[in-house]
Ligand binder design. Structure first.
Ligand code: PBG
Length: 329
């Protein structure tokens, strides 16, 4: 490289001079098709209820959920991930409403599927925490501990009712050992080889789930540290990945996204199936709250957070901003 006196011979700034130049050399582009909208549907409400800690996100009625699904399709979003919020009095130790064909999540899956057909990939959260009175992701043993294998039996049944209700994809999110294999078998047993499994592969025990717990009216006391991963650990995610792939996962997920971009990059490097990342409720709430106070530029922060997640290796991103962002792209 020729140098003239002490001036730099290399000038990376040349590629940053104009918006079109920057656009041309951008390595990472968000596309509406990358995005999946998580959505909540609550039983027994006449109007949508805005979630206090997630301004702009609602507990939907059956009708408003259908509208949200159609808006997502129109914006070019690829999928919707449904969470059910049953009446409080329907919660019990076994999370019975989660396997009732007329339970709120199944009803919503049928509604949305009837509305969007195959224009939107309809996904269902496969977990018991929204349906149990103790708020854990599984059933408890006599000593009050989450019973892994008894929970797997519940998940198998959930997978079957969710498939019957119209889910294209089920998303086991409880972090029980063996959950992917059991869910795959349960689907195959009823002839639903067509239903895909999105494994929550690396799901960390995170403080950033706080607003979600309000969103689903969670009754959890205590924490999920005996089944969700310790934020201190990275290697264990690769072990979870190997197990989920062996058990038949069609897609894998890292969650949360923002504080775990190193995990996402490692999983993306190892995985031979598509990798999703879930930008969770707390990540949403932090940006919205800071923006409300005028402390950050909301739209720029949203785009930067999503670009970072994609740059780290996500093929798909679950984000509560999915429809809004897809419209802007
Ligand atoms: C479990 C589940 C949780 C989230 C998605 N699925 C909560 C938890 O593990 O406590 C969190 C999503 C979010 O925070 O946006 N059913």
């Amino acid at each position: 490289m020729t140098r003239y006196g002490s001036f730099p011979g290399s000038r990376p700034r040349r590629l940053r001079t104009t918006p079109v130049m920057r656009r041309m050399v951008a390595e990472t582009r968000l596309h509406p098709a990358d995005l999946i909208l998580p959505a909540f549907v609550r039983e027994g409400i006449a109007e949508p209820v805005e979630i206090g800690s997630m301004p702009g996100v609602y507990q939907h009625t059956r009708d408003s959920l259908k509208k949200a699904a159609v808006e997502a399709v129109e914006a070019g979003v690829s999928g919707i991930m449904l969470f059910g919020v049953p009446l409080d009095e329907k919660k019990d130790g076994a999370g019975t409403d989660g396997t009732d064909p007329d339970g709120i999540l199944q009803v919503a899956l049928r509604d949305v599927r009837a509305e969007v057909g195959d224009d939107l990939i309809v996904m269902s959260d496969l977990c018991l925490d929204e349906f149990t009175d103790h708020g854990h992701c599984g059933v408890l043993d006599a000593d009050g501990r989450v019973d892994n294998d008894a929970t797997l039996e519940r998940y198998a049944e959930m997978a079957q009712v969710q498939a019957d209700a119209g889910a294209h994809v089920v998303g086991p999110s409880g972090m029980m050992d063996g959950q992917i294999g059991v869910v795959r078998d349960a689907l195959d047993q009823i002839g639903r080889e067509d239903v895909a499994v999105l494994a929550y592969t690396a799901k960390y025990s995170s403080a950033f789930y706080g607003p979600f717990r309000e969103a689903v009216g969670s009754s959890l006391r205590g924490d999920r540290k005996t089944y969700q991963q310790d934020p201190a650990n990275a290697r264990e995610s690769l072990r979870e990945l190997a197990l989920d792939l062996e058990e038949g996962a069609d897609m894998v997920m890292v969650k949360p996204a923002g504080p775990y971009l190193d995990i996402l990059a490692r999983v993306a490097a190892e995985s031979d199936v598509p990798v999703a990342a879930y930008q969770i409720s707390g990540e949403y709430a932090m940006i919205e709250a800071a923006a409300q106070r005028g402390w950050i530029d909301r739209d720029k922060a949203i785009f930067e957070s999503l670009t970072g997640i994609k740059r780290a290796g996500a093929s798909m991103i679950l984000t509560y901003w999915a429809t809004e962002v897809a419209r802007q792209l």
